[in-house]
Design a protein around this ligand. Sequence first.
Ligand SMILES: [Zn+2]
Length: 507
Amino acid sequence: MTPRLSIALCLSLANVMAHAASLQPDAAARQAQASYPEYMELLSIPNDAISPEDIRKNVAWLEAAFRKRGLVTQQLPNEGKPMLFAQWPDADPRLKTVLFYMHLDGMPVLPELWAQKSPWVPVLKRRTAAGAWEQIDSSQLFSGAVDPEWRVFGRSSADDKAPIMMFLAAIDALRASGEKPAVNIKVVLDSEEERGSPSIGKVMHAHLDLLRCDAIVIHDGPMHATNRPTLVFGNRGAANAKLTVYGARIALHSGYYGNYSPNPAQRLARLLASMKDDQGRVTVPGYYDHVKIAEADRKIMAAVPDDEAALQRRLGIAKPDAIGSNYQESMQYPSLNVHVLGSAAIGDKAANIVPDVAVAELDLRTTPDSTAGYLGKRIEEHIRAQGYHLVEGMPTDEDRGRYEKLAGFSYQSEGADAAGTPIDSAVGRWAYRALTDTFGSNPEPVRIRMMGGTVPTAEIVEALRVPFAIVPLVNADNNQHTHNESMRLGNYIGGIRAIHGLLTHPL
Ligand SMILES: [Zn+2]
């Protein structure tokens, strides 16, 4: 055998071996079909965390589903809204342990907005030639061919009960093949994610031994809009701030006092304008100083197949802010966004006055290196550098007599911090390998360094202090959090394959 041929043979053998281990689409579709009756049943149990009784029903149902598959379970008490823990029995001390996080609760519903009898009665729909969704007999899910474009509509059909059912189906696939997982499996199902996971930290701290792991995988949120396998390595946090500029003691007649008593609305406008340049970049000194992006990460971000021309058309803007050189890069920076601006009254109530006060509320998106405290301090220094004296509460007579420019400024984290983990960490490489072995590497998975929105990753990973990867599995157009939430069945099958890939790759 010539060396070249033997190399070729080795490569193709390696290929065959990788593919022999990965769950093929038809096998995954069979596992999906076997799981649809349970999926529909699970979606029929209301899961708004406002009702502890409903949460307990979901937990009881899921506990039985995990036990049926041989996992050992335990309810984690949480003021009447327990979370569920499950683990594969007989952990192998030679293997690394991965904790899979998903959530069983869902957003509140407004049933009258849904195009079906009830958000809690899941239905199967297909798209008509005209592009509308038409309900079809859902028993078609349980036998015969299932079109991957069909969708199941119902609350949490995607967010986040689909990943939980995909996970159970992936376990079924493992059991069916007699394979052992390549990682020790632990699962935690949050019961209050849609309320910002207020209790996840407390519950995790109370069970540190039980939850101990080498990595966390979060199955939540949408895949990239192209539906390519997606990995996310972080998200921004959220903070808010309030800026008040004071004028005269009371609002004044603009005829007698315009040109004499300074106008706080115009002063506020000038102050806000001093915080950003014409290209949208924050000009507050130090604001971006902590942002460090490695060249390798820049390449990965540039490779994300975002259609920015289409995005700009959808938004109705001719040119985006010049923060990063593409959408992904722009999300790596902290933001400074005015979302409320007010002074005096508008409309029918407007009067010819020089206002006494003007207010701006800002929302700041934070990054792991640029916390609410850091950013708030930079803005505060900047306001002072513009000649303002900062007061807490209303200025006193003494303040008014002494300082030409008076303002108030306060800021606080919204309780959701940013989180980030390196793309090339062992966990990132492991997840990438699992996805490329399962789905191939052309095109390769989409890797998002940090997504712009805020999810409670920091709260989830803080207690255990291990690296993480977010592996979203549901279609991007699933309408999560609003009415007519839907899960595309092709994504459901792909999700089972993705999870099976993670479970069969050693970390
Ligand atoms: Zn979710």
